[in-house]
Design a protein around this ligand. Structure first.
Ligand SMILES: *Cc1c(COP(=O)(O)O)cnc(C)c1O
Length: 393
């Protein structure tokens, strides 16, 4: 079984490029060039240098002693929360801004929901001195004021999407419209392992630095490169794809994918795509998607903005369908509890997205000698308001 993308852009039956005709030249230019560019020694050198000096990589692989004692197993946290801008998203935006430059692009567009990807994009545009336009739903602009301020401070123009539900999918439509109108000088930075081929593969390869580091770091800790389990939360699936990448074909490494159950899988307020989703097309690729019987995308729900997405990337749809990954759904309540537990046991305030991955230890028993590596995708600073409201702190 192959878990990587094939030459046609598919993971099993999922993936591909389902795009308007007018977008074809843009996507095709990227498809023809991305692997070539990424293989250039100069590109590799610049990417790795920036990951080191600007992002602060390698991120530590931390043995969480007190958490491990509590659950009677060996838990390691991959500290993406310590990256510049506070999460894994910067790995991808650094890669894509370098790609854009190599392709001669001078203008960057992106869409953002909660604003995390918008901030990561605005950051690398400032770093490279490129024009940056971020589309964001009008409602999201109102509820994510600090991130809007960050983007503006970093020099980006934040454009409100005023149509439809005035949230992420409307911002996506605006970004696509912009790209159609500006095919020559503009690169569209997608923020997760989704979108038309080659985006899911390109984003995965940029995030694969996570599992590349885990291999040598775990070797130093445990004398072996392979853990028994790798665990990550899944919104679109980029931190997960990076955490799994170098283990996809290692049969002794089990993969756990953690989705947001919201108020409960059967509550109507959920984002557990692997349970609730059916095959459909979103964001230019065929994947698992939450939709009504007549194919309308269902509004997802999760307390965590980063997991509040109605689909999963095509790689994860394939991992789910083939059974290569075990999917678990974690409710808001269980995630919040696990987040606070990490604060108390390890002195680390995690992003609520990452707290979902931590919550599996209450639901699943591991053996004392199992080595479980969890992607701590981001830090909790951005979620302070949420934690305060929830726990009445
Ligand atoms: C955006 C985000 C996620 C979800 O995105 P993926 O592409 O699924 O990784 C998870 N954790 C944090 C901290 C995020 O900011």
């Amino acid at each position: 079984m192959n878990y990587n993308v094939n030459e046609k852009g598919y993971y099993g039956e999922f993936g591909g490029a389902f795009i308007p005709e007018m977008l074809y030249p843009n996507v095709e230019e990227l498809r023809q060039n991305y692997l070539k560019v990424m293989a250039e020694p100069e590109f590799q050198k610049e990417f790795n240098q920036l990951l080191k000096d600007y992002v602060g990589r390698p991120s530590p692989l931390y043995f969480a002693k007190r958490l491990s004692e509590k659950y009677n197993t060996k838990i390691y946290l991959k500290r993406e929360d310590l990256n510049h801008t506070g999460a894994h998203k910067i790995n991808n935006t650094i890669g894509q801004i370098l790609m854009a430059k190599r392709l001669g692009k001078t203008r960057i567009i992106a869409e953002t929901g909660a604003g995390q990807h918008g901030v990561a994009t605005a950051t690398v545009c400032a770093l490279m001195g490129l024009e940056c336009i971020v589309y964001m739903g009008e409602i999201d602009i109102a509820r994510q004021a600090p991130n809007v301020a960050r983007m503006k401070m970093l020099g980006a123009k934040v454009v409100p999407a005023r149509s439809g539900s005035r949230t992420l999918k409307d911002a996506t439509n605006e970004a696509i419209r912009d790209w159609i109108n500006n095919p020559v000088n503009t690169h569209y930075i997608i923020g997760s392992a989704i979108g038309p081929h080659p985006y899911p593969d390109m984003v995965t390869r940029f995030q694969a630095v996570i599992s590349e580091e885990i291999k040598w770091q775990l070797k130093a800790h445990e004398g072996r490169e392979n853990p028994d389990y790798v665990v990550a939360c899944i919104g679109g699936g980029s931190n997960a794809a990076g955490t799994y990448y170098h283990y996809l074909h290692e049969k002794d490494v089990k993969i756990i994918a953690v989705e947001a159950a919201g108020l409960g899988v059967d509550s109507g307020e959920s984002a557990a795509t692997s349970v609730l989703g059916k095959e459909g097309i979103i964001h230019g690729c065929k994947t698992l998607l939450m939709q009504t019987s007549d194919g309308q995308i269902t509004e997802p729900y999760s307390i965590s903005a980063g997991l509040d997405y109605p689909g999963v990337g095509p790689m994860h749809a394939h991992l789910c369908k083939t059974g290569r990954a075990e999917f678990m759904a974690i409710t808001d309540d269980d995630a919040m509890k696990a987040g606070l537990e990490l604060c108390k046991l390890e002195g680390i305030i995690p992003a609520i997205e990452s707290s979902h991955a931590l919550a599996i230890f209450e639901q699943k028993t591991f053996k004392p000698n199992d080595v479980v590596v969890v992607s701590l995708s981001g830090r909790g600073d951005k979620d302070l308001e949420n934690y305060i409201d929830y726990f009445k702190i």
